[in-house]
Design a protein around this ligand. Structure first.
Ligand SMILES: Cc1cc2nc3c(=O)[nH]c(=O)nc-3n(C[C@H](O)[C@H](O)[C@H](O)COP(=O)(O)O)c2cc1C
Length: 96
């Protein structure tokens, strides 16, 4: 089966969302958010990918506000969370 590069480079519309192309960054866990709070380093990481032109970025996995969400073995590994004022402000900065 031939793969069309043109198709990958063409826009994709899904309801209200229109992507410039069909390259998508898969979620990849990182451990650069001390205390679960993504800082400017995380924003710059995603910024570099966005500036590279990828159509959609799926962020790394995050912890929710539940004791089981990251598991005992994952605690203290600087994996970001998606709850609490500081972490939500950090993610808002990443999105901006
Ligand atoms: C280093 C690494 C970290 C990953 N972290 C996540 C993650 O946080 N959340 C998630 O849903 N998938 C995660 N994945 C899975 C990838 O998003 C992807 O689904 C997987 O690499 C298979 O993609 P492929 O079939 O295109 O090779 C991770 C993969 C790698 C290699």
């Amino acid at each position: 089966m031939a793969i069309s590069v043109e198709a990958l480079c063409s826009p994709l519309s899904l309801r209200d969302l229109t992507l410039e192309n069909r390259f998508m960054m898969a979620p990849m866990t990182r451990s650069f958010s001390p205390g679960g709070v993504p800082g400017d380093n995380v924003a710059q990481y995603y910024r570099r990918r966005a500036e590279g032109g990828v159509g959609l970025i799926v962020t790394e996995g995050v912890g929710i506000d539940h004791p089981a969400s990251l598991g005992v073995s994952s605690r203290g590994t600087d994996i970001p969370v998606m709850h609490g004022e500081a972490a939500l402000a950090g993610w808002a900065h990443v999105v901006a």
